[in-house]
Design a protein around this ligand. Structure first.
Ligand code: PPS
Length: 311
């Protein structure tokens, strides 16, 4: 089993290196493609995979699906879930890391591989609510929706664009900020994403967790997630998941798994980094947008904007 796991890690590293070499031969325009009006990275997503997600993939009620706008903590929560899964069913072990966990990434054949995985399966998406196939709602898949305050999300996204060889770069933070605010970035508008999810927070199969609450108390966050998924964990198991889920532990793990992508993915892992890039005018502009879209809403309250996004 250990050998198989190492092979999967080597595969991931080789895939990333070979796609990076391909990306270097592309123009910035070629690195992005539009699907239903939204931008996606063309070397990672394809219309065939989007169609197979809709028509071929069979979600199950005991699946755990992470849904997040980019840079809100998808990989962090995925790590927590993959630590939990073998505690719930040992047979899951050999199936973790077999496919890229983001549903819209990779080739359509991945869905056949996922079919063979025992419960609980863990995967996720950055897709808009409206672009998630109806089958997930009809089959009562459990949805963990991860949000992060919009200012840190924007800063993290900006650095991601500029560090990730698979997507185009921006000349400046100011240019990126304008595009983020108008929603002309990959996976679309943060605010549209949030406004839509705010309407579905009462769905019993949906639980919203924030990046900031995990940062404040990771063990409490793990217990909350386990309870939602109906997993029984001992205190020791919670502690061991929390230890493996710190920023430092995850950064270290990626050094052996895929060092170059690890550097792209695990940048700083902090709350409040926005203060290093936002001008006062940009901060006010985002405050006004938050007020217009989310003030007074359940999700707006959960995001604790006044605590995390004000000077
Ligand atoms: N364990 C842990 N603790 C705290 N923060 C963490 C952790 N793991 C990942 N991160 C930070 O999450 C940011 C990346 O978010 P995503 O994983 O959603 O990115 S992606 O859209 O899927 O590429 C990115 O944030 P920034 O550092 O602010 O850029 C990561 O560093």
């Amino acid at each position: 089993m250990e050998g198989e796991h190492q092979n999967q890690e080597t595969d991931q590293k080789q895939q990333f290196d070979s796609i990076s070499r391909l990306a270097a031969t592309k123009t910035p325009e070629e690195l992005v493609f539009l699907y239903k009006g939204i931008q996606y990275p063309s070397l990672l997503c394809s219309p065939e995979t989007f169609e197979a997600l809709e028509k071929v993939f069979q979600p199950r009620p005991d699946d755990a699906m992470i849904i997040s706008y980019p840079k809100c903590g998808f990989n962090w929560v995925f790590q927590l879930l993959t630590s939990m899964a073998p505690m719930v069913n040992k047979n899951v072990e050999g199936h973790i890391d077999k496919v890229i966990p983001l549903l819209e990434f990779g080739k359509p054949e991945k869905f056949k591989v996922m079919e063979e995985s025992p419960a609980p399966r863990m995967y996720g998406t950055h897709l808009y609510y409206g672009d998630i196939p109806q089958s997930f709602f009809q089959n009562n898949t459990k949805m963990l929706v991860i949000f992060r305050n919009p200012k840190d999300t924007a800063v993290s996204f900006f650095h991601f664009y500029n560090k990730n060889p698979l997507i185009p770069s921006f000349k400046s933070w100011d240019e990126f900020f304008t595009r983020f605010m108008s929603g002309e970035v990959m996976w679309g508008s943060y605010f549209k994403y949030a406004v839509t999810w705010n309407k579905h927070m009462d769905n019993p199969n949906v639980m919203v967790v924030t990046y900031e609450e995990l940062k404040a108390d990771l063990a409490a966050g793990i217990k909350k997630i386990a309870e939602f998924l109906k997993y029984t964990l001992t205190e020791e198991q919670v502690q061991s998941i929390a230890e493996g889920g710190t920023f430092g532990a995850m950064q270290e793990k990626y050094k052996t798994k895929n060092a170059s992508f690890g550097q792209v993915l695990f940048r700083k892992g902090e709350v409040g980094d926005w203060k290093n890039l936002f001008t006062e005018a940009q901060s006010r502009e985002m405050d006004a947008k938050f007020e217009e879209c989310l003030a007074g809403t359940a999700l707006g309250k959960k995001l604790n904007y006044n605590v995390y996004c004000k000077y």
